[in-house]
Ligand binder design. Structure first.
Ligand SMILES: Cc1cc2nc3c(=O)[nH]c(=O)nc-3n(C[C@H](O)[C@H](O)[C@H](O)COP(=O)(O)O)c2cc1C
Ligand SMILES: Nc1ncnc2c1ncn2[C@@H]1O[C@H](COP(=O)(O)OP(=O)(O)O)[C@@H](O)[C@H]1O
Ligand SMILES: [Mg+2]
Length: 231
């Protein structure tokens, strides 16, 4: 069960990711158990893009838990409008060529993810589930002034992008996975995870991994950004 008590507002060193981070994972977005995003009250209301966990075989010591990082989606399918924080899915033509596909480079977006067995739901297979958040320049939908006010939080929701290729760069660890006394308690902790991820990524040594148009700076960071956008 989750221990009582307040949570740290940021996670990981201010100086930037330390080994084993950054960790690269990639794969097509696959179906999960369908609990994340649907509107019904008894479901989470937090969409998570699931990718195959195979890439984790390279990191046998990586613990299950909640992490933060950055993601990019194949721009041939997923066309992101940064000014409006909205996305459009390209419809492919019947001959297999892309109809409205974008020629723009992929947008790199902040993300928070869970790696593990979801103890609240007692899954028997390990999953990698990524909740994508709006750019740091937009306001955060998960910030609330008073978390005991009963105010309902809505998480960031994009149009479905199943089967789209996704590149994920994990930059830091937030916490272990827990079981919870209620669905509300799980949702509130995931809300706080979003805020911790956002604050953690706002630090200079992490912000550089995002899509900020800055082509100067550390060559290792630039190479990670190039990998994120290489589809
Ligand atoms: C940031 C984040 C943290 C999470 N933490 C937990 C957790 O501590 N315990 C848990 O059982 N599930 C946790 N989950 C997983 C949710 O239970 C999961 O997203 C939900 O079961 C949806 O699964 P689905 O994609 O298979 O539909 C977390 C998910 C996210 C995105
Ligand atoms: N902010 C978001 N982050 C991740 N996925 C999102 C987001 N908004 C919409 N989606 C879509 O919702 C799907 C996940 O919903 P979810 O209920 O978790 O279903 P599943 O159990 O199939 O993973 C993703 O695969 C993606 O297509
Ligand atoms: Mg999911």
């Amino acid at each position: 069960m989750r221990p009582d008590g307040p949570r740290d507002p940021v996670a990981g060193p201010d100086s930037g990711p330390e080994p084993p981070f950054p960790i690269r994972l990639e794969g097509p977005v696959i179906k999960g158990f369908g609990r994340g995003s649907k509107e019904m009250d008894w479901l989470l209301g937090i969409p998570t893009a699931n990718i195959p966990p195979d890439g984790l075989d390279q990191y046998p010591d990586l613990q299950t838990g909640v992490y933060y990082g950055v993601v990019a989606l194949d721009p041939a399918r997923f066309i992101y409008n940064k000014d409006e924080s909205t996305a459009q899915i390209a419809d492919n033509n019947s001959d297999g060529s892309q109809g409205t596909a974008s020629t723009k480079p992929a947008t790199i977006l902040p993300a928070v993810l869970s790696i593990g067995y979801n103890p609240f739901y007692k899954n028997t297979v390990r999953s990698v589930e990524i909740h994508i958040m709006p750019p740091l320049s937009s306001s955060s939908p998960t910030t609330i002034s008073n978390s005991s006010s009963g105010q309902k939080v809505s998480f960031y929701k994009l149009p479905d992008f199943y089967s789209t290729r996704l590149h994920l760069l994990i930059l830091g660890y937030i916490r272990p996975e827990y079981d919870y006394v209620s669905l509300e308690a799980l949702i509130e902790d995931i809300r706080v995870d979003c805020e911790v991820a956002r604050k953690s990524l706002q630090r200079e040594a992490y912000r550089v991994y995002l899509d900020d148009g800055d082509e100067t700076g550390d060559e290792h960071v630039r190479e990670q950004r190039r990998w994120l956008r290489r589809f």
